[in-house]
Ligand binder design. Structure first.
Ligand code: F0G
Length: 448
């Protein structure tokens, strides 16, 4: 069985490029402060030459690591020994072909797929990342962990910490989190600290706390987490018969997913497991659109890793000067200083990506459309369908292309958003409850 041979951490800044052992938990390059990547010496890893090997493991379901939607792809994230690998059954998610929504959007009916990550144990895609990051935490012998969160990370961290026996503290912005997610953190026994500030404030504080107290950090700054999130893409192409769709559409918040997806496709292409990469569309909310603004208006680009830092610094200085705090109904992506920005620029480069921002109204209408015709999702996830509608209208996505939208979180995560949309008749898909007297004939008259 493949063990942790040939994996190392590497700074993504080409001017630095420092390398570190995978046994270190440093989360940022100690030499230049840039992001770290997990890199593999592929020649030392026996990667199956056919994707079908991964699916066969799952089909047998006789071993927890083979059942895991993350670890059955273990050769593609081969940084830790099997004995440290953690799984609680993450990644049993489905790719739903959705003809009704495709038709509503004027696409070819067989062209739209929804990757439903709400089926994960904590109800969001985060569990893919946590299975990997907690395995690393076990490998380095961590005893306590922490994260900042808009809600789903804290729910997932709390759940995995509880099952691994780690002490856990989560930082959330006061009043910035949907109740379903807050309830999970409390229920799974995490210490929950509500900071008077937004996610970006929490992210800053948690990094300082982790350094000060030696806690293991579980935000997507942790490069091991992103390795787990690559598997969402493996499962999509597996479900398509090992074929790559034309487009992947994903919401953009802290930009961990988009970064992980770009890395996944880059590696699969290098390994010869796929012959082309899909295009990537990353969708912000207009109230938290740093990526969109930087890429589309300020022309920030990967540029072979030589990212123009001054554009970012000036942008953030302006946010600070204006006391800007992001606001959107899609609270999961209410982030204005995304920590994975540079890796996301690389993903855009690898996948010929586009970025765009949708209004809260467009997001809520898309969410209701998904609820009506699909498995439902929380607002941030619906930014994908809102974005797709826009990309079809301006011709970026062709009506006959194959598109996979990642529905990142379960609809019950933010029941308030759903109830308010329907009860307060906030949009064309509102389906409010009907008041009825306690009288059979009157009730019968009301049935549609
Ligand atoms: N969708 C959902 C449901 C999320 O919870 C998040 C992020 C995103 C999309 C954005 O993903 O950060 O990879 O770009 N939630 C984080 C959290 C920030 O703390 O739960 P990203």
């Amino acid at each position: 069985m493949a063990q942790s041979v040939g994996a190392y951490q590497k700074c993504i800044n080409p001017a630095c490029g420092a390398e570190f052992d995978v046994a270190e938990s440093i989360f940022k390059c100690p030499q230049c402060g840039d992001l770290l990547d997990i890199q593999y010496n592929w020649d030392k890893i026996k990667v199956p030459d056919k994707f079908a090997v991964f699916g066969k493991r799952w089909a047998k379901r006789d071993k927890p690591l083979d059942f895991s939607g993350v670890w059955r792809f273990r050769e593609l994230l081969n940084f830790c020994p099997d004995k440290n690998k953690v799984t609680i059954g993450e990644g049993q998610t489905i790719l739903q072909q959705n003809r009704a929504i495709a038709e509503h959007l004027g696409m070819k009916p067989e062209g739209l797929f929804l990757q439903y990550e709400g089926l994960n144990p904590s109800g969001s895609f985060k569990d893919n990342g946590m299975a990997a990051a907690f395995s690393h935490a076990m490998m380095v012998g961590a005893k306590s962990c922490a994260c900042a969160s808009t809600g789903n990370t804290s729910a997932s961290v709390a759940l995995y910490a509880h099952s691994c026996g780690l002490k856990c503290t989560v930082f959330i912005g006061s009043g910035r989190i949907a109740f379903g997610k807050l309830s999970q953190a409390m229920d799974y026994g995490a210490q929950t600290i509500q900071i008077q500030g937004d996610f970006d404030d929490c992210m800053k504080q948690v990094q300082a706390v982790c350094v000060e107290l030696g806690l293991y950090l579980l935000n997507s700054l942790n490069p091991f987490r992103l390795e787990g999130q690559k598997t969402i893409m493996y499962r999509i192409i597996e479900a398509l018969g090992w074929d790559v769709p034309d487009w992947i559409i994903v919401p953009g918040g802290n930009l961990g997913n988009s970064s992980a997806f770009g890395k996944a496709f880059l590696e699969l292409k290098q390994l010869g497991l796929i012959d082309r990469v899909p295009r990537l569309a990353i969708v912000n909310a207009t109230g938290a659109d740093t990526l969109t603004d930087l890429v589309n208006n300020k022309k920030l680009a990967w540029n072979g890793g030589h990212v123009n830092r001054k554009i970012i610094d000036d942008y953030y200085a302006d946010l600070t000067a204006r006391h800007f705090s992001p606001h959107t109904c899609a609270s999961a992506i209410e982030i204005s200083r995304p920590v994975n920005l540079k890796k996301c620029l690389r993903a855009i480069d690898v996948c010929n990506g586009v970025v765009l921002a949708m209004t809260d109204q467009e997001i809520l209408d898309a969410k209701a459309l998904i609820g009506k015709h699909g498995l439902g999702c929380e607002p941030a996830s619906a930014a994908t369908i809102a974005g797709l509608k826009h990309l079809l209208a301006n011709g970026t996505v062709a009506k006959d292309q194959r598109v996979a939208c990642v529905l990142t979180g379960h609809t019950l995560k933010d029941a308030n958003a759903t109830v308010n949309y329907h009860k307060d008749k906030q949009g064309p898909f509102s389906n409010p409850p009907v008041e009825a007297p306690n009288d059979l004939q009157e009730i019968i008259k009301l049935i549609r």
